[in-house]
Design a protein around this ligand. Structure first.
Ligand code: NAP
Length: 271
């Protein structure tokens, strides 16, 4: 492939996050970018004006003119969409960003030897900071990889894993941001109890988090960093003692398992 024409089926938050990232890069991998949804023309017009893309509400007519098809619609739409796509596929790379839709699922529904890829981003894709995981199907060749990489680069760092690992680790990369926001909310509420404004509480907590992340990015181990903060017999050690008494580490691991149990049950239900 030289420069590729890329078609997004689904023009929601995730498709926009990827396209906005591509628009900020040098676009050296992509020629035409087309976005499609079912009915929301206003949204498509906004995307067209903002990112200089093409738009359509009749994606089936557009498939054959594109080299890469990205499915950015809910997981439950995939069975039907892949069925509709099949007659129009002749070697295009098909990518999905939907939870639970792995390469095997797509390969079973698309024409034989179709190259497929499953990318699992998280919501921070909207600010170019997703920690994405991804896995490629058996027919992806080295010529496809620069395009997959360019899409990933548009939304943040990525790690290639096996399909099983992408399923299991979506709990950590995809769902755990909600666990962090839950913690932030609790700390903000605790701060506000000491007579400061919500704005002040947000600033204190967010900057504390940024500093903690910066220390981790320096390569320090979390245990070492905890020991730096909590001198034995000191006040922080008392706070950690409460977390340990309630087994917060165990509770977090249970939360990861609960996400995975639910995802597996859902996967079985959607076939
Ligand atoms: N948002 C995230 O942070 C995130 C993170 C990881 C993975 N994902 C995955 O990304 C996918 C899209 O999520 P999103 O947050 O972007 O959702 P969204 O904002 O709700 O957008 C969904 C898009 O899909 C279109 N659509 C729905 N059903 C369709 C169908 N049958 N045929 C054609 N288009 C259809 C919708 O079009 P209309 O507007 O016309 O209905 C809309 O453009 C999901 O599979 C989700 O699991 C999202």
């Amino acid at each position: 492939m030289e420069k590729a024409n890329i078609l997004f089926i689904g023009a929601g938050r995730m498709a926009e996050a990827i396209v906005s990232g591509i628009a900020k890069s040098d676009r050296s991998y992509f020629n035409t970018i087309t976005m499609a949804n079912r009915s929301n023309k206003e949204k498509l017009m906004h995307l067209k004006d903002t990112y200089g893309i093409q738009m359509t509400t009749d994606w089936m007519k557009a498939v054959q003119k594109h080299d890469i098809i990205v499915l950015a619609t809910p997981p439950k739409t995939h069975d039907e969409l892949l069925h509709m796509l099949t007659p129009h596929i002749s070697g295009q790379l098909v990518i999905t960003v939907a939870a639970g839709i792995d390469p095997q699922y797509m390969e079973m529904r698309l024409p034989e030897e179709t190259p497929v890829c499953w990318i699992m981003p998280n919501t921070a894709a909207q600010v170019g900071m997703s920690m994405s995981t991804y896995t490629c199907g058996q027919f992806v060749e080295s010529r496809h990889r620069p395009f997959i990489q360019a899409l990933l680069d548009a939304i943040g760092p990525a790690e290639e894993l096996t399909a099983g690992q992408v399923h299991d680790l979506t709990a950590v990369t995809g769902s755990a941001p909600a666990f962090i926001y839950y913690t932030v909310k609790a700390l903000e509420e605790a701060a506000e109890a000491y007579d400061i404004s919500g704005i002040q509480a947000r600033k204190l907590v967010v900057q504390m988090l940024k500093g903690s992340v910066a220390m981790l990015e320096e390569g320090h181990d979390p245990q070492e960093l905890m020991e730096q903060v909590a001198t034995p017999g000191g006040s922080t050690a008392e706070g950690l003692r409460v977390l340990e008494t309630y087994g917060v580490d165990r509770i977090l691991k249970q939360a990861v398992e609960a996400v995975n149990d639910h995802a597996r049950t859902n996967g079985k239900e959607s076939g």
